[in-house]
Design a binder for this molecule. Structure first.
Ligand code: C2E
Ligand code: MG
Ligand code: MG
Length: 398
């Protein structure tokens, strides 16, 4: 059985390393209370524990023992007076004595643990042979991605951002897309996490940004073209790299484009770890003249100090609020509070994921500055976007 402590890094960051150490010791102590003489336990990684339980004969036994262990663990792991719940992921693999190599047993439990980590709540997952398939599929996907990044098969589509008052197109967001050899389109929700996990995100993000700058420079080369600011999404992993800002600025300089035509979008989760590095990167980039937007505001830690201390000039209000605007009182109240804060602290508000006319009008009435969503336009190819821009400057909504 493998047990992994979820969000251990957050515990260290939020409560300090001493608390992190204390949690690990408390876990070890709790395990001692529930393991019998024949069992063994070891810490095999930063926040990962392995247990060998000998008296487990059936799947029911396995779930019962795991439950006992989790009850013992949860009782001790209540930080901050219970406000910070500690959660675990658990992978279990069963064998008959002598049937399987130790390394196979651990790797099977690891595949089950990987599956467990993909679910939000503490979940106990028992290994089954199909997991090898999904694990192998992922390895194949990783190899394909690495090759396709080199061959520039990743590109950006563009989604317009409109003025909330008159619906004229004032900016756009670049959204990564991947078209594999078979022509199938894969979305960023699938490939960005894999790129992050495997370390490919720096190369992928760098190439997409280079491509965006080239595209903007090309539009500037013809004076007839309307040029508007475009935002690029940056992964927390990229933003935590101390060399990120210098590379980002170099790319803009290489293409000789005015920095105010670029906006950088960072999610709140970028500021959970290594906040100093991320802040320094953001400050350098903002100082250079690039716009800075917090993405998906309201879905993560949503600390007000992000708005106060960091040099953002726009906040993107997440779709989950937009959906409830005009229907649920608190959604209106939160949007209104952000708009008021924006007016006082000097940032614009951009609402994301507008799908209906009612939402567009409700958000305008609440004072939101800009709107983005399928109601105005889905993300479209760069050619389609260029055509849209060369029109009357508005999205034609039905
Ligand atoms: P995001 O930055 O919040 O982008 C907005 C997402 O909402 C996009 O999904 C967009 O297609 C979708 N969307 C826009 N309007 C609507 C609407 O009215 N209704 C609904 N249901 N959805 C709408 P997409 O393109 O699948 O991107 C998902 C996420 O992937 C992005 O969320 C962003 O976090 C990430 N991402 C996209 N491109 C990149 C990239 O180049 N680099 C990095 N690091 N992340 C990226
Ligand atoms: Mg975004
Ligand atoms: Mg967003």
């Amino acid at each position: 059985m493998l047990i992994d402590l979820d969000r251990f890094k957050d515990i260290n960051d939020l409560f300090g390393h001493q608390t992190g150490d204390e949690v690990l010791v408390a876990i070890a102590d709790a395990l001692k209370t529930v393991l019998s003489e024949n069992d063994s336990a070891a810490r095999i990684g930063g926040d990962e524990f392995a247990m060998l339980l000998r008296d487990v004969k059936t799947e029911e036994d396995a779930f019962r023992r795991t439950d006992e262990i989790l009850v013992a663990l949860k009782a001790i792991c209540m930080l901050n007076d219970g406000r910070f719940g500690v959660h675990f992921s658990v992978g279990v693999s069963l064998i008959s004595f002598g049937e399987t190599e130790t390394s196979t047993l651990i790797s099977r439990a690891d595949h089950a643990l990987y599956k467990s980590k993909q679910t939000k709540d503490t979940a106990v997952v028992l290994y089954d042979a199909q997991m090898d398939d999904s694990f192998n599929e992922k390895q194949v996907l990783k190899q394909k991605m690495a090759a396709d990044i080199q061959e520039n098969r990743f590109y950006l589509d563009f989604q317009p951002v409109v003025d909330a008052g008159n619906h004229s197109i004032v900016a756009a967001e670049g959204l990564a897309r991947w078209r594999g050899e078979d022509g199938a389109l894969v979305g960023p929700v699938t490939f960005i996490p894999i790129a992050e996990e495997s370390g490919m995100i720096a190369t992928l993000g760098g190439r997409l940004f280079d491509d965006l700058c080239a595209c903007i420079a090309k539009r500037f080369s013809d004076q007839k073209n309307v040029v508007i600011p475009i935002s690029i999404n940056v992964s927390p992993i990229q933003a935590r790299d101390p060399g990120f800002a210098v590379r980002f600025i170099n790319t803009i300089e290489r293409h000789a484009i005015p920095p105010q035509y670029i906006n950088i979008e960072l999610t709140e989760s970028s500021f959970v770890h290594s906040i100093d590095v991320v802040q320094t990167n953001l400050e350098m980039i903002r100082h250079y003249g690039v716009g800075g937007q917090i993405d998906d505001f309201g879905t993560g830690y949503s600390s007000l100090s992000l708005l106060k201390d960091l040099p953002f000039d726009a906040v993107k209000i997440d779709r989950s609020f937009v959906q409830d605007v005009g229907k649920v009182v608190w959604a209106d109240a939160i949007v209104k509070a952000l708009v008021d804060m924006g007016e006082n602290l000097g940032f614009r508000t951009i609402a994301e994921g507008i799908e209906t006319e009612e939402q567009a009008f409700a958000l305008r009435d609440l004072g939101v500055t800009c709107l983005q969503g399928y109601y105005f336009s889905r993300p479209i190819s760069r050619e389609a976007f260029a055509t849209l821009l060369s029109g009357d400057g508005y999205c034609n909504v039905a």
